[in-house]
Design a protein around this ligand. Structure first.
Ligand code: ADP
Length: 261
């Protein structure tokens, strides 16, 4: 529990710091990007500084990507949860995921029929899957396989060790499995820390799993990781079953946004 608390505090302060810096930095970056675009437009392609400007623009684009990730990591409060059938939500994302990991890599989709609904922002599902699939792609190095699976069930402490603060109950599970490099215990112990990465500079930010951790916590869920060096890794995201009313039958007044007359 102590470790959980420490992790939560660390996430919160890094999130606040990152959000503040990212916001200001983003404004400055827009100036760099805007002016390098303008300068490139005005410049003859054979100018000696043409290549320098291209490099500036490329670096600014890379920085913008990093900032986007930082903001996604810091911005937890803007989620707009909806009642979702995860199978439908994920089916709609498969094309994008395939493009993300590369069309040549085998991506299997194994949904369990008759899944229970969950209450979540579909954009958060997108973030979870995109981050897990990119990590899986990097781990398999083109020669393995990635599978995405859904299932539902009543899970107790036989499934997840109680020291993770797991509350037994009914969950919908979304898992991503890869047959890649797997992880040594030393790496596993740092997995969800913000900025922990083993990837080359410019390739990894160490924010992917920290972001997922924040999202899953926010939604009352859990993440279980099983990994063996040189055999592969499975990330299972447990999301609580939504047991409220279907969206259509909500009373009209509950849809009035807060602050409306
Ligand atoms: P990043 O991908 O930017 O490094 P993440 O937080 O997503 O940041 O991941 C942190 C680290 O966890 C990675 O650098 C990698 O060492 C390890 N990792 C994550 N997913 C996997 C996986 N599926 N297989 C092997 N290692 C992984």
């Amino acid at each position: 529990l102590q470790a959980q608390l420490l992790q939560a505090q660390k996430m919160e302060s890094v999130g606040r710091l990152a959000g503040g810096v990212a916001h200001d930095f983003n404004n400055m970056l827009s100036v760099i990007l805007g002016h390098s675009e303008l300068a490139l437009d005005d410049l003859a392609p054979d100018s000696p500084v043409h290549n320098d400007l291209l490099q500036i623009r490329q670096a600014a684009h890379r920085s913008a990507d990093l900032i986007r990730q930082l903001l996604a990591f810091a911005r937890k409060q803007t989620a707009i949860p909806k009642i979702l059938d995860l199978n439908k939500t994920i089916s709609g994302m498969l094309k994008m995921l395939h493009r993300l990991i590369g069309e040549d890599i085998q991506l299997r989709w194994l949904p369990e029929e008759g899944l229970w609904p969950v209450m979540m922002d579909p954009g958060q599902i997108d973030q979870i899957l995109a981050n897990l699939c990119v990590n899986a792609r990097d781990a398999i190095d083109n020669t393995g396989e990635i599978s995405i699976r859904t299932k539902k069930g009543l899970f107790d402490i036989n499934h997840i060790p109680p020291e993770k603060g797991f509350i037994p109950g009914e969950y919908v599970v979304l898992s991503v499995h890869d047959t890649g490099s797997g992880m040594e215990p030393e790496i596993l112990s740092h997995l969800f820390e913000p900025f922990f990465t083993t990837k080359a500079p410019g390739k990894g930010t160490g924010l992917g799993l920290a972001t997922i951790y924040g999202i899953v916590k926010q939604n009352g869920g859990y993440i279980d990781v099983r990994s063996r060096p040189s055999e592969g890794t499975s990330f299972s995201v447990y999301l609580p079953r939504y047991e409220g009313l279907p969206e259509e039958s909500h009373p009209e007044e509950s849809r009035v946004p807060p602050g409306s007359p």
